[in-house]
Design a binder for this molecule. Structure first.
Ligand code: ZN
Ligand code: MN
Length: 144
């Protein structure tokens, strides 16, 4: 994982965002988790420690982190957004049954971008690539 919580906090300070205990907790949770949580999942996990915090608060703070370039928003399918604090180049495998998102490493598909640019005349800025299927857990359940 590229950035530490401390580095992230410094970066936030530069963008003029005031750090609060809630923001600190949300950011730490995201950076410690590999599960690409939704705002709802973060809420369920943090609300015992922050009874006054709402899902809306969490969502607004996530937006703020995305705008500050600390967190990536993943909008796959119609489900609610998931959030990823790992900003390094990596791809995702998405379970069509439970929605789990798992990281995997693969060299960035720069050749595809080159070909697309050559054949279309586009100035290519990026691409999306996701793998869809059943995660190990759901696959086991479906076999039984
Ligand atoms: Zn699954
Ligand atoms: Mn990821």
């Amino acid at each position: 994982m590229g950035t530490s919580v401390q580095q992230a906090l410094e970066q936030l300070k530069l963008t003029g965002v005031r750090m609060t205990p809630q923001r600190h907790a949300i950011l730490t949770y995201l950076m410690d988790s590999l599960t690409h949580p939704t705002a709802d999942e973060i809420y369920k996990s943090l609300s015992p420690n922050f009874p006054s915090m709402s899902v809306a608060t969490i969502y607004n703070n996530l937006r703020l982190f995305v705008e500050a370039g600390l967190v990536r928003e993943l909008t796959y399918g119609d489900d609610s957004s998931r959030f990823d604090a790992d900003l390094t180049d990596h791809y995702h495998a998405i379970c069509k049954s439970c929605g789990t998102i798992v990281d995997f490493d693969y060299p960035p598909l720069t050749e595809v971008e080159r070909v697309a640019s050559r054949e279309t005349g586009f100035v290519v800025e990026g691409h999306r690539m996701e793998i869809y299927g059943l995660c190990e857990k759901c696959n086991k359940t479906s076999i039984q």
